[in-house]
Write a protein that binds this ligand. Structure first.
Ligand SMILES: [Zn+2]
Length: 143
């Protein structure tokens, strides 16, 4: 931090216009000139994609179709996929929604798709102090 251009005692805190010239002065000396606001433009758009996995809505009919295509009873099927028979029954009737882990395992075993990926796109906009720069300001700051 450079010292105040007017008194030299304190670090400069503001940029002021003193009779046409731009000077960095301390807080105490700002009264000698006109404060030139230094615009800060901060605008950020943060786009994040969060993939989320979920079990497909028609899992029950997919499981049932898969079993029927293999011509298996629920009992045989339960042994094939290593899932309790009662669970198979509940899955086929839609009374039980498989966990993601369970659905993934079943899907792999059966060669069907039971898990879908939903992408949520979030756009965050962060902005702070905004001030339009005029040509005059730019020339003034460039001195
Ligand atoms: Zn000063």
């Amino acid at each position: 931090m450079q010292p105040c251009e007017l008194c030299g005692k304190y670090p400069s805190a503001k940029v002021v216009d003193v009779e046409g010239s731009t000077m960095s002065v301390c807080q105490a000396c700002t009264s000698f000139g006109t404060i030139i606001e230094q615009p800060t433009v901060v605008q950020k758009k943060v786009r994040t994609v969060e993939p989320e996995q979920s079990v497909v809505g028609n899992f029950s009919s997919l499981i049932k179709q898969s079993r029927e295509s293999k011509q298996m009873t629920q009992h045989e099927f339960s042994q094939f996929v290593a899932v309790k028979e009662s669970t198979i029954h509940q899955l086929e009737t839609g009374n039980l929604t498989p966990s993601l882990e369970q659905a993934t395992k079943l899907a792999r075993k059966l060669g069907i798709r039971l898990v879908e990926t939903i992408e949520h796109t979030k756009v965050k906009v962060a902005s702070s102090k905004e001030k339009d720069l005029t040509i005059g300001d730019i020339l003034e700051l460039g001195k």
